[in-house]
Ligand binder design. Sequence first.
Ligand SMILES: [Zn+2]
Length: 182
Amino acid sequence: MIKKTLIALTCIVTCAVMVQAATPEEYNKVFNEAIGLCSVYKKKCTIEVIEHPKMWAQTGADARIQVSTELLRRMNEAQVRGAIFHEVGHAVMEHVETTSEHIAIQKLNGTFDQEKLYEYMRVNEYRADRFAVLAGFFTFRNVDLKGALTILTPPEEYYNQHKTHPSTADRIKAIDNIFRGF
Ligand SMILES: [Zn+2]
């Protein structure tokens, strides 16, 4: 049996760039926007701040979003919105749940392939990025996902080991392409 709670969609990182950090008032406003955005999709999202020295945000089963204190300390309001709206994308598209189902079905069929799973998860990252950018666009809110990703940028060897996420360069390229069709 697969424990959904073990599969969390994570964006972990280390970094040295400092920006004007969002104030508690600003990031609480972003949290409220995110919860409102979830409710549009009939999802009851919760957002929990976790005291942690590394920058990350993740979404577990049942739309449980977690964000680290270090991320909030380093990102400005638009970047926090980028990171949190990305997590909202994972929550409303039920990426944790569908990933669990994907694994279960592939295992049942005897066709489970770790590389294919990573590919599936990377597609979900692009989808969550797209969701965040478009949510900002359509609600007239400043979403600086590219800025957030740049701050989060982990070394390339991280991506070689953690194939669950595309490289930052590929994600930024995909974000730049979102408005090409508009
Ligand atoms: Zn993600």
